[in-house]
Design a protein around this ligand. Structure first.
Ligand code: DAH
Length: 339
């Protein structure tokens, strides 16, 4: 039995020395120390020894077990350290190598200006509401006091899905939807896409963007309209900016006004940019027509309000001095990268 124990120890020493990885180590542990292992098999034979022989043999068996355990632990530790070192070596990166420059995206100029406008109106207590781009004839025209025969429809010729459903030509449709859903006081803006069957040129596109505004409350006057738009334009274009209201006609406002911006190029003196006018046309606006209010269940004897529709492209082009609308849609990085 003594010889067997020392031959087990010899074998364990040699094999452990040769074990190449943790898997081999585990196999050896099972082979020598496991429940069905070689050492265990010997211990099971202890019973056959004489009582005198047993203590010495038991002690020897324990010594052999301890040594194998110690060697297993030591070799295991060594293998793990080696493995970690190899892994570190394999994953080494040279942080001094020049990196690959990443292109950082930025907001499109239309979005940048829209966000600015939204911030300004939020600051004045307006909500931002959304409306559908595929709209019914009712919301796009009819409820805005533009019945089927109305000539103003011609200037807003659009894409018809069927007789009653159109791609909206103006965000004014959201005025009606809002007045149907909310009770005054109402203060909203509604930005979004609009569609007209226009031919593409430097100032026209079949798809463009508007920002609609609507305020309804008791005692709202043209002065509120003026004050609101004046503040907006001063925030967008600087405190010396001036606007002027020019009489106009829209079927859904009375009185109606076009709002012009003092030419930022010549400061009102007249130049080629403003066609010697000193002002450039900016947006349509007016006091909401009593018939429109009534149609939405708002009593025009109690409430009044103003509305406006701003072309986002126009104020963006003015803001950045862009002279061709098409540039805004071409997604040319050489252009977009400038903002
Ligand atoms: N809807 C007009 C357009 O597309 C702009 C406009 C004019 C909006 C007067 C309004 C308004 O809300 O009151 O040209």
């Amino acid at each position: 039995m003594k010889e067997k124990l020392s031959s087990i120890l010899e074998a364990a020493r040699a094999e452990l020395e040769n074990a190449a990885d943790l898997k081999a180590m585990e196999d050896l542990r099972i082979r020598f120390l496991g429940k069905k292992g070689e050492l265990t098999a010997i211990l099971k034979q202890m019973g056959s020894l004489s009582p005198e022989e047993r203590p010495a043999m038991g002690q020897l068996a324990n010594t052999v077990r301890s040594e194998i355990e110690a060697r297993l632990a030591e070799k295991g530790e060594r293998l793990r350290t080696e493995l970690a070192a190899k892994k570190l070596e394999a994953e080494k990166i040279d942080v001094t190598l020049p990196g690959t420059a990443m292109k950082v995206g930025r907001r499109h100029p239309l979005n940048a200006v829209l966000e600015e406008v939204e911030e300004i109106f939020l600051g004045m207590g307006f909500d931002i509401v959304d409306g559908p781009e595929v709209e019914t004839d009712h919301y796009c025209f009819e409820a805005l006091n533009m019945p089927k025969s109305h000539p103003a429809r011609d200037t807003q010729d659009t894409f018809y899905i069927n007789d009653n459903v159109v791609l909206r030509t103006q965000t004014s449709s959201v005025q009606i939807r809002t007045m149907e859903q909310r009770k005054p006081p109402i203060r909203i803006i509604s930005p979004g896409r609009v569609y007209r069957s226009d031919t593409v040129d430097a100032t026209h596109s079949p798809l463009f963007h508007q920002i609609e505004g609507l305020v309804i409350d008791k005692g709202i006057t043209l002065a509120d309209l003026y004050g609101t738009l004046d503040l907006l334009m001063k925030k967008l274009y600087g405190k010396d900016t001036q606007i002027r209201l020019r009489p106009h006609h829209f079927p859904y406002t009375e009185p109606s006004a076009e709002v012009d911006l003092m030419c930022f190029n010549c400061g009102g003196k007249g130049c080629s940019m403003c066609k010697n006018e000193g002002y450039v046309e900016l947006l349509g606006s007016g006091m909401v027509h009593p018939k429109v209010l009534e149609g939405c269940g708002i009593d025009p004897e109690v409430y009044s309000g103003f509305a406006f529709g701003i072309g986002l492209e126009r104020i963006t082009m003015g803001r950045y001095g862009i002279n061709d609308m098409r540039l805004l849609y071409e997604n040319d990085m050489r252009f977009l990268g400038q903002f």
